[in-house]
Design a binder for this molecule. Structure first.
Ligand code: SF4
Length: 468
């Protein structure tokens, strides 16, 4: 799906894609019910969520001090620390690390930050072969596709489609059986792990008190990527810090439950530094690259609370808009409600003004969020900013002015109401309008519109009689 096509076209294409609906329906429904069951197994889920949130917000409030302390501890652990302001600097730094050490083959763990900076293209342009080792990302790479979900990159694919991709790209017999597909991928990837001389991963959390990276996965591929090659580079955003291991404990409990409905992710790796003794299975060098790439803009505005985000994907699964259109419609690495906040703030509201509108503001994302981020508040703030700073369509401006003119004059409002009721009596004898004029036709194009009630609220209020 082309990222350059306008938002409405992408949405229309997604809505017309029956296979996408099958894939989205299967995955989001299952993820939500598994999440609910997993949270029920926590003794005091609310307290754990609050403590995880408190940890993220404490790191955010003292970010400058936390980052300096984290860097100091990493260096003390034998880690080489790098900083990057943007994607260009980050890619150049990783390419330089690889080149300086003669690395020709890279194996990667799933990392949204590396997707964000388009690292694979930069490595390939520098003559370095890169292979994705997460099963979903492996399929994305084979299919020259883009991830559509921050946890499940091929949420938009059915297992039948994955079977066809393997048949086409790997010259194997077609099978839609997930176990067989995993076996094929595992056989291919094992050689890649052994041949790679540089492993590149993200990190779920950076723990300030110990200078450690915490990386979770369900497939074991991250552990292989971060320990078998002689060089390991971990790229993490400056929003990934947690002050203490106690905070990490709480964050891991809510992350696994929210992301995949598990009590714990299968592999939780705590990386403290490079190899210290010859017998250790660890890389000779560990590099940590701390990335800004728009994050300080988030920190400076109304969306600073997004620094608490642990990238679990629960808000995507709960969102009725995401459930209908999937991740590619957002044309951003970060789709769904969290992406509709992050993308405009990090990459510019003018180019992404439609994203905060892609929400019903039902609040399902806020309820699902394990760290209780108030996403609807931020979506509304972005809508406000969009109206205040960007040109709005002429029809919308005229309609809103007319609306505000009528609403400010009660007598005119009463006349308009009577008129609307009279029209509705003729056009909607059963109480439902099937076709409405002007801007309202956007609504009736896909659903019926309730006709105005026979009695308005203020009429009912005035005639409700003496309070009992
Ligand atoms: S905003 Fe909340 S629910 Fe959404 S990805 Fe971040 S932590 Fe998860």
């Amino acid at each position: 799906m082309s990222a350059a096509s306008p938002f409405r076209e992408r949405v229309a294409r997604a809505l017309a894609d029956e296979t996408l609906h099958v894939a989205l329906g299967r995955a989001t429904g299952q993820l939500q019910s598994r999440r609910d069951v997993a949270f029920a197994s926590l003794d005091d889920a609310d307290a754990v969520r609050d403590f995880a949130r408190a940890g993220k917000l404490a790191a955010t409030r003292a970010l400058d001090r936390m980052l300096e302390e984290f860097e100091r501890r990493l260096i003390a652990n034998g880690v080489v620390v790098h900083w990057a302001r943007d994607a260009e600097e980050a890619c150049a730094t990783i390419v330089d690390i690889a080149r300086a050490r003669g690395c020709r083959r890279a194996v990667k763990g799933k990392s949204m930050a590396t997707e964000e900076i388009e690292l694979n293209a930069a490595l390939q342009a520098a003559g370095i072969t890169v292979v994705e080792s997460d099963l979903g990302e492996f399929v994305v790479q084979l299919d020259r596709d883009r991830p559509s979900h921050i946890i499940l990159p091929i949420l938009h694919r059915t297992r039948e489609q994955v079977g066809r991709i393997f048949e086409r790209e790997l010259a194997v017999d077609y099978t839609p059986d997930p176990a067989e597909l995993c076996r094929i991928a595992r056989a291919r990837l094992r050689d890649e792990f052994l041949a790679a001389d540089i492993g590149i991963t993200g990190a779920n959390f950076g723990v300030v008190e110990t200078g450690s990276l915490c990386i979770v996965s369900n497939e074991g591929n991250v552990r292989m990527s971060s320990s078998l090659p002689r060089v390991h580079v971990a790229l993490l955003g400056i929003d990934k810090l947690l002050p203490t291991l106690d905070h990490l404990d709480a964050a891991l409990k809510v992350l696994a439950r929210s992301a995949t409905g598990q009590k714990s992710t299968v592999y939780v790796s705590l990386v403290h530094g490079p190899r210290r003794a010859p017998a250790e299975v660890a890389p000779e060098e560990l590099h940590v690259l701390l990335l800004d790439h728009g994050r300080t803009k988030v920190l400076a505005g109304e969306a600073a609370e997004m620094f608490a985000c642990i990238r679990c994907g629960a808000c995507l699964n709960a969102c009725p808009v995401f459930q209908q259109v999937g991740g590619h419609a957002y044309a951003s690495i970060y789709p769904g409600p969290m992406g509709s906040v992050l993308t405009p703030v990090m990459r510019g509201l003018a180019d992404h003004a439609e994203l905060p509108q892609a929400s019903s503001l039902c609040g399902a994302c806020r309820d699902a969020c394990p760290v209780k981020i108030d996403l609807p508040r931020m979506l509304l703030a972005l809508r406000r900013e969009s109206v205040a700073t960007l040109p709005q369509p002429l029809a919308l401006r005229i309609a809103l002015r007319a609306w505000s003119f009528v609403m400010a004059r009660p007598w005119l409002h009463r006349v308009a109401r009577r008129l609307a009721r009279a029209v509705a009596r003729r056009a909607a004898p059963d109480g439902w309008l099937r076709r409405a004029p002007g801007l309202l036709s956007n609504w009736t194009a896909t659903r019926d519109l309730k006709a105005p009630s026979a009695r308005s609220f203020d009429e009912w209020w005035r005639n409700r009689g003496a309070p009992r």
